[in-house]
Design a protein around this ligand. Sequence first.
Ligand code: 5GP
Length: 198
Amino acid sequence: MTVPHGAGAESAPAPVTVLAGPTAVGKGTVSAKIRELYPQIWLSVSATTRPPRPGEVDGLHYRFVSDDEFTRLVENEQMLEWAVVHGRHRYGTPRGPVVEAVAAGHPVLLEIDLAGARQIRHTVPEARFVFLAPPSWDSLVERLVGRGTESAEERERRLETAARELAAESEFDVTIVNDEVPRATAELAALLGVRDLT
Ligand code: 5GP
């Protein structure tokens, strides 16, 4: 389900679309589906200081960089935004490739965290902001603490973060509810002006 927030939110596609939402809502899954099904959409490859996970390809899933390299990119103003995510590693959107993709006329998608989205409001004010929401609070809790392996304190911390992140929805132009990944993905693609070929 796509919920526009106010007039014009669903009008012509913006050159840059930002997808953000609470932790564990499934942003990564939706953007992976976009990469798989909609090659017309140019998905930004973030730089990160976190090490690759098994199966992740440098330059495709992320650009894996050292701490020094990340600092250099920030100091040289080559990041459109960046943030420390989950209090650990730095993640950021390299500016040059986004500028080139927009100039080439591709619909551009950034999948980033809320702190990064807030910076894009300033660096790319014409961007459209899409909030990926869980179908319900309980479903988010289930995803966040489902395995029940965390301490009570960690569980509490995660739930507080989730509540704060959900409250950010009103800052966004449009909400997509991630009740079913294929549908949420198709709705996002439609917002970017790309229709399913099937
Ligand atoms: P993961 O380490 O699981 O791939 O990603 C963790 C989080 O980092 C996700 O919530 C994702 O949205 C966020 N993230 C990925 N790339 C960027 C980026 O370029 N900038 C910001 N601010 N967050 C990012």
